[in-house]
Design a protein around this ligand. Structure first.
Ligand code: ATP
Length: 322
């Protein structure tokens, strides 16, 4: 292996820069050239490929977002698009790839690697924490801390006015952010896609006489079956018209900001381990951390399997919110 290409793809996540830095500096340690592919698969197709060295990644470990930028690419889902991408990689003599992204990015990497025998290692970079093969994904810790900070602030105003606040956090398919910030923020109710009974629990909670005038924080994942905070608010208002309900959608604020210590260390460990595995001849694998130890699984597993959702935390949320 002489030259590797690194790219970030799908949604951006705080800590991606720390991971890029780790990839570039580790490659330099092994005397391997690095090319940065800008804007994910779309940049691969459009030949947005630049040389990188240790100095290109100076002063980025603390920055949110991704210096390589990211994009979603419909064209990469076509054979024609992937052919263009491969020709560009050939031109730059890239003989291995490191893909930092989520499930969709892994799927693209796996298809491309099989089609063109291009070695690839995936690194889990998504705030949703919903990837198999790792306990934590890059960006999740920062996103939960950002959401928690907002909930703490909302709690002050909710308390002052005896209001019910419905706070929607990110998580299109998974409730990791909602469940964890809900517990950490002392929420009275948490609605996540993994719990089909959560609306009934909430109804039970509001039916208690003493709740009528008290304030509450309810956290809902954007992908919950109730359809997000606004729809949930309308439904609750119809059943409990006396409640003063306010709705907050935290949105993209959760994606930004300087990564936490945990995300910087995670990103550094995973980026370095991805390079090490690529150099050692591994391909179509995804790196991760399980029980604080470096781990690796096949891209196939990472794409198709679901990690066990922490049911214990669902029970804990119910007990503490009652
Ligand atoms: P996040 O979890 O943050 O949304 P993600 O990696 O899952 O990140 P996606 O938008 O699902 O984000 O995928 C990123 C890109 O991966 C897509 O825009 C597309 O270019 C590529 N990709 C996804 N699925 C495929 C596929 N079946 N074939 C080829 N490329 C794909």
């Amino acid at each position: 292996m002489n030259t590797i290409g690194v790219y970030t793809s799908g949604g951006d996540a705080p800590g991606m820069n720390a991971c890029i830095r780790a990839v570039v500096r580790s490659a330099s340690y092994y005397n391997i050239e690095v090319k940065g592919i800008k804007e994910g698969y779309q940049g691969m197709i459009e030949n947005k490929i630049v040389n990188m060295d240790s100095s290109s990644v100076a002063n980025i470990i603390q920055r949110g977002g991704t210096i390589l930028k990211t994009a979603r690419s419909e064209e990469f889902k076509t054979q024609n698009g992937r052919k263009k991408a491969f020709d560009n990689l050939l031109h730059h003599k890239i003989d291995g790839l490191i893909c930092i992204g989520g499930n969709g990015s892994y799927t693209g990497a796996k298809i491309f690697s099989t089609e063109y025998q291009m070695p690839v290692i995936g690194v889990p970079g998504t705030i949703d924490n919903d990837l198999f093969g790792t306990d934590y994904t890059i960006g999740y810790d920062t996103a939960t801390n950002t959401a928690l900070d907002a909930i703490d602030k909302i709690r002050d105003t909710a308390d002052s006015h005896n209001r019910v606040f419905l706070v929607e956090v990110m998580g299109r398919d998974a409730g990791y952010i909602a469940l964890n910030v809900g517990i950490a923020g002392g929420a009275e109710g948490i609605l996540i896609p993994e719990d089909a009974q959560d609306f009934d629990k909430l109804t039970k909670y509001f039916k208690k006489e003493k709740r009528k005038k008290s304030f509450s924080i309810i956290v809902i994942a954007e992908g919950d079956e109730e359809g997000g905070a606004i729809k949930l608010g309308e439904k609750l208002k119809a059943t409990f018209p006396y409640l003063s309900i306010k709705t907050t959608v935290l949105g993209h604020v959760q994606r930004g900001g300087s990564p936490t210590v945990k995300d910087r260390i995670l990103a550094s460990r995973l980026g370095a381990n991805a390079v090490k595995n690529l150099v050692e001849g591994e391909s179509q694998k995804a790196v991760g951390i399980i029980n604080d130890k470096l781990s690796i699984c096949s891209l196939d597993e990472a794409i198709s399997k679901h990690k066990d959702f922490p049911k214990e935390l669902i029970n804990l949320a119910e007990v503490l919110g009652s």
